[in-house]
Design a protein around this ligand. Structure first.
Ligand code: EPU
Length: 294
């Protein structure tokens, strides 16, 4: 078995996670595993479990703020799980497949319910675990089945049930390692209509969000039905607020962008400042959407 044998040396090969996060921030983990197959991913989970090494899963690194310095324990990166099998009623996709590319191909692949999801960075595993989405749709709309391992390394394959997928959350987040997901396929899909929906949703995203900046997407969850954290932060006059190179985006106030040299502490301090103002000025407790590794 390759993975447990390589265990001790894996950490030496691991570079800083700043190269693997959209924020461009983050230190090196003790161990970094990049399994090439779902079976290998299971071996990694079991090897970590057997050694009592804490394990974190890294998808596209797009919704993640990672501390600098040494990250304790092991990181399993899904980046090499990049397969795609087109069946009649579904498309089975590896957790490491970049989501924007899948969305762009969704019309051709015959997946109806992903055309509302352009402009969402990340890889399929993280997107599923977080139930990423936006105004025009969420990944849950298209999802039929998820496979992976529980934290003891036991494989699972689960048909999505009502209640599995929540607001920027799912039954899989923090409790499993997702290695693949199946998306509903309709061979009779009107591909031109789906392409049009993609183009429209994409234009709207580009106009309203700083998609090309180094950021981790929305920082805070929306505080209740119909309320927008971005609109609230904007109303409080916090667009452009900065700590070092960490800045509240002028395009969408729920994004913090790294203008180049921002570190973990800068982003954390800026998050704290926004939270304080929201509490003091509007009586709102903003909850983080972003995942933080420290
Ligand atoms: N608004 C402002 N100022 C801002 C931002 C927004 O006035 O700086 C206003 C908008 O004009 C709009 C309202 O607030 O009237 C809502 O804004 P938007 O439609 O952008 O939606 P949101 O609630 O701020 C949510 C998701 C986004 C997702 C958009 C798609 C959360 C926390 N945010 O944002 O998700 O892309 O809807 O409409 O759920 C993410 O999860 O990372 C993310 C970006």
């Amino acid at each position: 078995m390759v993975w447990p044998r390589d265990f001790a040396s894996a950490g030496e090969r691991a570079g800083a996670l700043s190269a693997r996060t959209s924020f461009r921030i983050g230190g090196a983990p003790e161990y970094l595993f990049e399994p090439a197959t779902e079976e290998e991913a299971g071996e990694v989970v079991r090897a970590c479990r057997a050694r009592g090494v804490p394990l974190r899963v890294l998808g596209g690194g797009c919704n993640l703020l990672v501390a600098e310095g040494r990250i304790e324990g092991a990181v399993l990166a899904t980046s090499r799980l990049r397969f795609e099998h087109v069946l009649n009623d579904r498309v089975v996709v590896g957790a490491g497949v970049p989501f924007p590319g899948l969305v762009a191909r969704s019309a051709d692949l015959g997946i109806p319910h992903l055309s509302g999801c352009p402009g969402i960075p990340g890889c399929v595993g993280g997107i599923v675990a977080m139930n990423a989405g936006g105004r025009f749709g969420h990944v849950a709309d298209a999802l039929v089945e998820v496979a992976g391992f529980d934290l003891d390394g036991r494989p699972f394959r689960r048909r999505i049930e009502p209640g599995d997928m929540g607001y920027r959350s799912s039954a899989f987040l923090g409790r499993t390692v997702v290695t693949s997901a199946s998306f509903l396929r309709d061979p009779a899909l009107d591909k031109d209509a789906a392409r049009l929906r993609l183009v429209e949703a994409s234009a709207w995203k580009r106009a309203t969000q700083p998609l090309s900046a180094a950021s981790a997407g929305c920082v805070f969850k929306n505080p209740g039905a119909g309320a927008s954290a971005g609109a609230l932060i904007d109303r409080l006059g916090l667009k452009g607020e900065r700590v070092g190179d960490a800045v509240v985006s002028a395009v969408h106030a729920n994004f913090i962008v790294n203008e180049g040299g921002a570190g973990f502490d800068d982003v954390e301090a800026l998050i704290g400042r926004v939270r304080e103002r929201a509490r003091a000025a509007a009586g709102v407790d903003l909850e983080l959407e972003l995942q933080v590794w420290r």
